[in-house]
Design a protein around this ligand. Structure first.
Ligand code: NAD
Length: 504
């Protein structure tokens, strides 16, 4: 185990985090891989919040007048710095969040991709011109920077979600105050360093464009309560969203909420089962079931259910579970003991509701001691019970049968969450029905692709208890700006709209 600890130290030091910065603080970070202590970092005192907000406001005043394509140049440089740091940051994601090497690197690639997207976007913050009903008038819609953006992130995408928000917010003219998960502050501190390298190369950026606050929910709450932060982008559990949303609403701020998911796949009788099995296994057990888009519910036509479950049990039996930094591992650890306990409790509850559980035991053989390694579980359920409707952040796949496609759609939509969904079918009617107004009620709906692993080009987010926010691609940038409607009169008359007369 000593070797591994050495490697973590090297990774941290390559990312510019010094031993002094990682020693003596109150927040202790243990790696989910083996429980080893990665660092003890100081927490941001709540008393500093006033100064942090003042700095962000001052940065906003300067940054909003920098031309957007020039703001894009900072993000171009950030993308370059991320490319240079990719291997180390990816490894740190593995150390701190427990992801396998390829997924840690994939997360950094996603950061690079959103930077590329945002650089292009910085020349495309388009408004509209609108036909005016009055002669000699022109109407426009203009998008302006909105102000400091508070970004709260979850442990499971410790860096990508920050970059989705930050790349867009900065080209839109908004500084960022980031409150990462208290479970993953080291990757956040590494990102702050990477960002500062980009700022140094940029030359004349105002101070305080990105400030990172280290601490837990209380610090997040202080950020959320601040009138000086017009936009709060919060990613995490629905429980967190329920606490955050009313506070922001009470002060008429805007929220971008990216909360829990309970994602399903419908498998129709015509599906290519071999492809479906590959998609199911990646979506259900990848990241050890700790993605918001993880596949949690499989809704299978009864004619193929037994065959599919048999294939899945076979595929699951050979999955390499272990140290996520070891070549060939596909399933790493859960984030902590509480997650392991939540998985066990959910399996017990499902059993009590009539479920048949395959797998799900704790693994202690050939895995690093000190980590929480679990066999992924398949649970055949007689119906969609309360346990199935609840997001348990672990690799549990509930399987339910259906007879007609409308019944399958009903099961798919009958959960409180609305993030991601998919159908495996070669039947065009089923596929189109799934994507139609009467189909999936989720923010993401796919055909012959699993529910997880989205690209940054599309808007990301979901409905219902998932919170309704959209981040990343498409026109998600609009949430980081304020919209202004302008009417210009270039005539010598002053006609009123709707033909109103008001002669004086
Ligand atoms: P969490 O809700 O425990 O914590 C998320 C963040 O919110 C942390 O930074 C935490 O400190 C902060 N927080 C918690 N309570 C708060 C409060 N009252 N006020 C302000 N901040 C508060 O979530 P987690 O365990 O880190 O992450 C897992 C959850 O996140 C899952 O439910 C998962 O589905 C969800 N998630 C959603 C998305 C998405 O895009 N929809 C992406 C990743 C994770």
């Amino acid at each position: 185990m000593k070797d591994i600890v050495m490697t973590a130290e090297t990774t941290l030091s390559n990312l510019g985090l010094t031993a002094a910065e990682l020693t003596g603080g109150t927040l202790k970070i243990h790696s989910p891989i083996d429980g080893s202590l990665l660092g003890e970092v100081p927490e941001t005192p709540a008393a500093e919040m006033g100064a942090i907000l003042a700095k962000s406001k001052a940065a906003f005043t300067a940054w909003r007048t920098v031309p957007a394509p020039r703001r894009g140049e900072l993000i171009r440089l950030l993308g370059e710095e991320l490319r240079a740091a990719k291997d180390d940051l990816g490894a740190l994601v593995s150390w701190e969040a427990g992801k396998i090497t390829s997924e840690g690197l994939g997360e950094v690639q996603e950061m690079i991709d959103i930077c590329d997207f945002a650089v292009g976007l910085s020349r495309q913050l388009y408004g509209l011109t609108i036909a005016s009903e009055r002669p000699g008038h022109r109407m426009m819609e203009t998008w302006h920077p909105a102000g400091p953006v508070g970004v709260i992130t979850a442990f499971n995408f410790p860096v990508a979600v920050w970059s989705w928000n930050t790349a867009l917010a900065l080209v839109c003219g908004d500084p960022v105050i980031w409150k990462p998960s208290e479970k993953s502050p080291l990757t956040a501190l590494a990102c702050q360093k990477i960002f500062e390298r980009a700022v140094a190369r940029f030359g004349d950026a105002p101070e305080g464009l990105l400030q990172t606050l280290i601490g837990g929910a209380d610090l997040g709450k202080a950020l959320v309560e601040s009138e000086d932060v017009p936009i709060i982008s919060a990613t995490g559990s629905t429980r967190m969203g329920r606490a955050v949303a009313p506070i922001v609403a009470a002060r008429f701020g805007k929220c971008i909420l990216e909360l829990g998911g309970n994602n399903a796949m419908i498998v129709g009788p015509s599906a290519d089962l071999e492809m479906a099995v590959r998609a199911i296994v990646f979506s259900a057990v990848g990241t050890a079931g700790q993605r918001c888009t993880t596949l949690r519910r499989l809704i299978v036509h009864n004619s193929i259910k037994d065959d599919l479950v048999a294939r899945l049990k076979k595929a699951y039996s050979g999955l390499p579970i272990g140290n996520p930094l070891t070549d060939g591992t596909l399933i790493g650890p859960l984030i902590d003991e509480a997650s392991g306990a939540a998985m066990t409790a959910a399996l017990e509850a499902a059993k009590a509701e009539g479920g048949t559980v395959h797998g799900g035991a704790r693994v202690t053989d050939r895995v690093p001691a000190g980590g929480v390694y679990m066999e992924p579980a398949i649970v055949e359920m007689p119906a969609q019970s309360e346990t199935v409707k609840t997001e348990t952040f672990a690799p549990i796949l509930y399987v339910m049968g259906y007879d007609d496609f409308s019944g399958a759609l009903e099961i798919q939509n009958n959960v409180p969450q609305g993030l991601s969904s998919c159908v495996f079918t070669l039947n065009m009617r089923e596929a189109e029905q799934f994507l139609s107004a009467a189909g999936s009620d989720c923010g993401i709906a796919n055909v012959n692709i699993g529910p997880s692993g989205a690209e940054i080009g599309g808007a990301f987010g979901g409905e219902k208890e998932t919170g309704g926010g959209r981040e990343s691609g498409s026109d998600a940038w609009k949430a980081y700006m304020r919209r202004q409607t302008n009417t210009v009169n270039y005539s010598a008359e002053l006609p009123l709209a709707q033909g109103v007369k008001f002669d004086i």
